[in-house]
Design a protein around this ligand. Sequence first.
Ligand code: ZN
Length: 400
Amino acid sequence: MATWIRGGRLYDVRGGGWRDGDLRVVDGRIAAPGGRPSGDDVVIDVEGAFLMPGFIDCHVHLCLPTEDGNPDNPWGGRLPGEISIHAAQAAERTLMGGITTARDVGGWDYHEIAVRNLVNRGRIRGPRLFCAGRLLSITTSTTAYYAGMYATADGPDEVRAAARQQLAMGADLIKVMATGALTSTEYEDARAIQYQLDELKAAVTIALENFKHCAAHAHACEGIRNAALAGCRSVEHGSFGDEDTYALMAERGTFLVPTLCVHSALLADNRASANLLPHIHRRYVETEEIHLANTRLAHRVGVKIAMGTDAGTPGNHHGDNTQEIVRMVTGADLSPEEAIAAATLGGACLLGREADLGSLEAGRFADVTGFADDPVRDIRVVRDVRLVVKGGEVMRNDLG
Ligand SMILES: [Zn+2]
């Protein structure tokens, strides 16, 4: 028995064009084109809808609440179960927003891994999840903000042990802090490196030995450089690089996950803005332009880009993820086609799953988003997702 998604226009993420066609789904995957529905096939009519592959968000924090805008120990005094339920709801909202695959690059006491497991067992709804568990960090004051998210490890030996600990808890990748963060205490500086090259190499080695990859948070130029040299698969944020450093990333095939909407989402949310600690608010405002300019530079130099929102930062709400695709176009001068490719093929390649994800080609999971209008003509349409299909199952259909 097959499922047909019939009458839509299908987007080609490689060439950027549309063609009319039906999608035939067998065992959750897109089958070779051709044939017509038979008696017991399920047919979903989406006449005239614009269909794209389900989007891939390579940078989320499902366990972080976004509403009240204060990142200082958000789960202090709460029950562990509240975090699990929050993460499950965040996963469902993310999926309904058109994200059929997400990479969680810093959870909270492994609640996000529990969510991943229940999604995989079909017990709850959420994207296909790739999780880092706790992120690995040097000794820093910011651990007080994120008690359940950070694993402190100093020196290559401790880094190896901490990386192994994440894998033992079911992590799909390792996340390391190559530099300070913006959403951090007053004592931490995003322009300073944190892990040194030998520590980053230790994390990458453990990841690669276990058929995983390593993602590096990096703002400072030297930290971006170290992450690329160490063999990290992706640099997250990548804010303060220079041309030589981005050229090194391009040469080594290191992905950039710019997370541009960290700034714009916060500044668009009055409540989160008002509650955010003043020193962090100031940093977000002061660094937005340079972050946008440097993303443009990295793109010009030929760095591969994958979409990631950093959903979970203050005001950066779970479920609003496609705002980043818009921001890549309006803020960093990617063409709509390039931004959509970053949010589909880009993520699939970063995850090493291009045979399964990221296009509407035969053999891929039948992960599909649908729109009433053409997002390539007006990129803002990606924020108005009307249809979400995951593995051939309709998660929502508001095409009407
Ligand atoms: Zn993040």
